[in-house]
Ligand binder design. Sequence first.
Ligand SMILES: *[C@@H]1O[C@H](CO)[C@@H](O)[C@H](O)[C@H]1NC(C)=O
Length: 203
Amino acid sequence: MRPITAYLSLATLTSAASLRTLNIFRSSANDAPQAPLMDPAKSNQDPTQQGEVVLSDVMSRDKSINIFAGFTRDVECVETRLDNAKVNTTVLAPLNSAVEKLPRKPWEDPRDYGAFGADAYEGKDGEDRAKGNLRRFVEAHIVPRSPWKEGEKVQTVKGGGDIWWEEKGGKKVIQPGDIEVDDIPSSVSNGEVWVIKGVINYT
Ligand SMILES: *[C@@H]1O[C@H](CO)[C@@H](O)[C@H](O)[C@H]1NC(C)=O
């Protein structure tokens, strides 16, 4: 499948950081069992968090969003946030199909190709550019609030404009953009994962 080949090339780009992304694709391809509810090693590190399930524990449980879940682990500040039991977050997690449908990969920016040509993501500088772009994409999907009330305007972690949600025809939709919420599969102590059918504007 072409999209997966393309994502694997990110692993070579961002090397170690994306190894886990790569692993995610492997487990998805092999239809591996779902990740456990909690990472025992992690909960043992901090006794105050024991028994408390946080967003980072549940992000990889739903295979329909595992591309985005992999991205969140590649962006350190986001990973740290989802791991923090004291900070609430609503994660807007695009379906794999929505990420695959994008006209370009989330770590690509036409401006980079304009400035640096076809090799824009080669070498250390290229890797940094790809990581910066991926970070913007992920941060545009991190709402620093939970519970998040209908109509409540907030800036995502990326900044750059308010987003909110409303009920429309019995569905939750994120505005601007009319992005439909497909499901809210996880509600844990530090927030919720909302699976969405499109991506939030991240440019
Ligand atoms: C964080 O989320 C929990 C529910 O999981 C809620 O009880 C609590 O009030 C929230 N805290 C803030 C500051 O919104």
